[in-house]
Design a binder for this molecule. Structure first.
Ligand SMILES: *Cc1c(COP(=O)(O)O)cnc(C)c1O
Length: 365
């Protein structure tokens, strides 16, 4: 007889209908076609599952960080075009050309290498020009770009089909963002006008939600697809996609004066009913929330964490409640937003989502 399988202690429920709906919301808000950004395992939601789901929505591209991610999407049987969001490393380029993925070009050397590789395969590789309007991470700067583009035109095995840039501060600095957009438009003008490029793209989620972009025809939302708004108080309704959950493994009442967790950063001042939860920083729940007033959601109510988050377990104060062993605990989800957990950990929602570790079982519904 097989041993009975146990349910997981920590799991992430992922609502695929919500991510579909968020994609439609993003597309509508953008008013143009969409590149769904699925880097970092679709922001921790599971690359293959999310790519298969979103591919059914007929998006123009998937945006990924590297060839490993691109390969996983291709091998999942998804035919949607794949775009590499950052500069490529020389050793990655042969595979990119062979698979027909779409890189963005940040330097002449990169372009020449791609051109040689495509020439050797008798192929013509579609590439996008990356322009740096203020992010400082990749792309050509505006100065001297027209001459560079002339040189790129001489690379007969490349087809420059698109031009993209990236916003550095769309969720925090409107003036700078408008400056980036103006610079992008200026570059388009200097290179012969927007119609010279099949794809023109600039906006991440915050750019898409907060700004009009007449000169673009492609948007690159990431975070908002996963139901999280980068702009506080924005009226656009997004549905929660991931709910991180665990269970109460133990409930005890500890006397006054009893330390809780490493370093005894918290000591009870009265008899306290303490629930131990089977999740910790080894699952990606951030240790940095310790002592910052983070809460979890059990039986329709919030309960505060006590002491430090440990690798596999954490404790909460359930004094005066009916909380019992085996109860389900929402760490974040519809009742406690991941943004709240991120703020208490002094970081951003992107980092929390991508930091959920493989030990957490992803459950799709
Ligand atoms: C990650 C990324 C995005 C998506 O950003 P969100 O803020 O998650 O919407 C878009 N474009 C580029 C180039 C990126 O690296």
């Amino acid at each position: 007889m097989n041993p009975p399988p146990s349910p997981p202690r920590a799991w992430a429920e992922i609502d695929l209908s919500a991510i579909r709906e968020n994609l439609r919301t993003a597309r509508e808000a953008a008013g143009c076609e969409v590149m769904a950004v699925v880097k970092a395992g679709a922001y921790g939601h599971g690359l293959e599952e999310i790519a298969r789901t979103l591919a059914e929505e007929e998006i123009a591209f998937f945006g990924v960080a590297n060839v490993g991610e691109a390969r996983r999407i291709a091998e999942a049987g998804v035919a949607t075009r794949i775009y590499l969001l950052g500069a490529t490393w020389a050793e990655e380029r042969a595979e990119i050309v062979a698979r027909g993925w779409t890189p963005c070009i940040s330097s002449l050397d990169e372009a020449r290498h791609f051109n040689d590789l495509a020439f050797m395969r008798s192929a013509r590789l579609k590439v996008h020009l990356s322009v740096d309007t203020g992010m400082g991470r990749g792309g050509f700067v505006a100065e001297g770009l027209a001459a560079i583009v002339e040189e790129l035109k001489g690379l007969g095995s490349l087809e420059i089909e698109g031009i993209g840039s990236h916003l550095s501060s769309a969720d925090e600095d409107e003036e700078f963002t408008r400056g980036q957009m103006a610079k992008y438009e200026e570059i388009l003008g200097a290179l012969g006008g927007p119609e010279r490029f099949r794809w023109r793209h600039l906006s991440n989620s915050a750019g898409l939600m907060g700004y009009a972009r007449e000169h673009c025809n492609l948007a690159r939302p990431g975070l908002m697809l996963y139901g999280v708004s980068p702009l506080q108080g924005h009226p656009l309704r997004l549905r929660n996609v991931m709910s991180l959950k665990s269970r109460v493994t133990l409930v005890r009442t500890l006397p006054a004066g009893h330390g809780i967790s490493y370093g005894r950063a918290f000591v009870t001042t009265k008899p306290t009913r303490v629930a131990t939860i089977g999740i910790g920083y080894g699952d990606g729940y951030p240790r940095h929330v310790s002592g910052n007033g983070a809460e979890v959601f059990i039986r329709g109510r919030r309960f505060p964490l006590l002491g430090r988050v440990t690798m596999d377990q954490l404790m909460v104060d359930v004094t005066g409640s009916e909380v019992d062993e085996g109860d389900e605990v929402e760490m974040f989800g519809p009742n406690i937003r991941v943004e709240e957990v991120a703020a208490k950990a002094d970081t951003i929602a992107w980092e929390i989502l991508t930091g959920i570790t493989p030990r957490v079982v992803r459950v799709y519904a």
